[in-house]
Design a protein around this ligand. Structure first.
Ligand code: C2E
Ligand code: CA
Ligand code: CA
Length: 279
């Protein structure tokens, strides 16, 4: 790419009326982005993607609730690439539709292959990107994965973010209702970080809200009555939603969540590293 093109590309990504002079690291960033994109397209065929299953536990009896599926990318050329780096790329170029389908299929297959080991059937929570959610054959894709893997939809949970509510709220509601009719549970991820109004959220057929780690981190460092986690839990319970808290790393945080009746925790547990199960 010519240097002027790179500067233009960067200026566009910053918005209108921005002047950007070419810098060497811009070229490096762009090259990395382009090569990441190319490699991402072939990552599935090359079997470079795999899944981790992060456990969720019931509070306070510590019974296993289920697992959230987290995608991982190990590239022979680039090493480990975290999902926060490649999911947005996959969303921008549309490959998230293919990747997301693979994630759902693979997660259900792995789940079914170990189900017999569990006395109580665990919940399988799968992240659904807004781009995937909006793709025209999303519902057909979901039905075909259910049919081909034989998973009981009652054990399947989809995690969506508030961004699915922006733009076409009525269409969103319709798809969520179809998913509910199939028997799939619905969870609002990163609850509280988006901009959707509470009055809209309460019209959605949700089962669970997940409180983001950014709300959990300050627990113990600020007074309880200054912390909004407590209000989020109360509000969710008033709407008959269950609450999963993410990223608990200290006993202080655990005690707080017990004290204010949070239902489940996910991730690092009582200061120990999160037991990442391969199911
Ligand atoms: P998320 O859905 O909010 O996922 C939770 C993230 O918090 C995960 O990071 C998880 O490993 C991390 N986490 C949970 N507990 C702890 C903790 O106690 N300490 C720390 N330090 N971290 C904790 P991860 O796996 O890097 O995923 C980041 C984001 O990437 C996810 O945020 C989600 O937005 C996206 N993502 C990951 N897997 C998938 C996937 O399969 N599909 C889609 N569409 N997005 C995914
Ligand atoms: Ca999630
Ligand atoms: Ca989160």
């Amino acid at each position: 790419l010519r240097q002027a093109e790179i500067a233009l590309y960067r200026a566009k990504s910053l918005g209108k009326n921005k002047v950007v002079f070419f810098q060497e690291n811009m070229q490096k960033n762009l090259e990395r982005r382009v090569s990441l994109e190319n490699m991402l397209f072939t990552a599935i065929q090359k079997k470079e993607l795999y899944l981790e299953f992060q456990p969720q536990y019931h509070i306070p009896d510590r019974r296993l609730r289920g697992f959230e599926v987290l995608v991982r990318w190990e590239s022979p050329q680039l090493g480990h690439i975290p999902p926060v780096d490649f999911i947005p790329l996959a969303e921008a170029n549309g490959s998230i539709v293919t990747i997301g389908k693979w994630i759902l299929q693979e997660a259900c297959r792995e789940y079914m292959s170990v189900l017999a080991n569990y006395e109580r059937k665990p919940t399988l929570s799968v992240n659904i990107s807004v781009v995937q959610f909006r793709s025209p054959d999303f519902m057909d894709m979901v039905r075909s994965v259910l049919a081909e893997t034989g998973i009981d939809p009652a054990n399947l949970e989809f995690e969506i973010t508030e961004s699915v509510c922006i733009n076409s709220p009525e269409q969103t509601k319709a798809i969520l209702k179809e998913l509910k009719q199939l028997g799939i549970r619905l969870s609002m991820d990163d609850f509280g970080t988006g901009y959707s109004s509470l009055s809209y959220l309460r019209t959605l057929p949700l089962d669970v809200v997940k409180i983001d780690k950014s709300f959990i981190d300050p627990i113990g460092t600020i007074p309880d009555d200054k912390n909004i986690v407590r209000s989020i839990i109360d509000m969710a319970h008033q709407l008959d939603l269950q609450v999963v808290a993410e990223g608990i790393e200290s006993l202080n945080q655990f005690d707080y969540l017990v004290r204010y009746n949070c239902d489940y925790i996910q991730g690092n547990y009582l200061g120990r590293p999160a037991p990442i199960h391969t199911l």
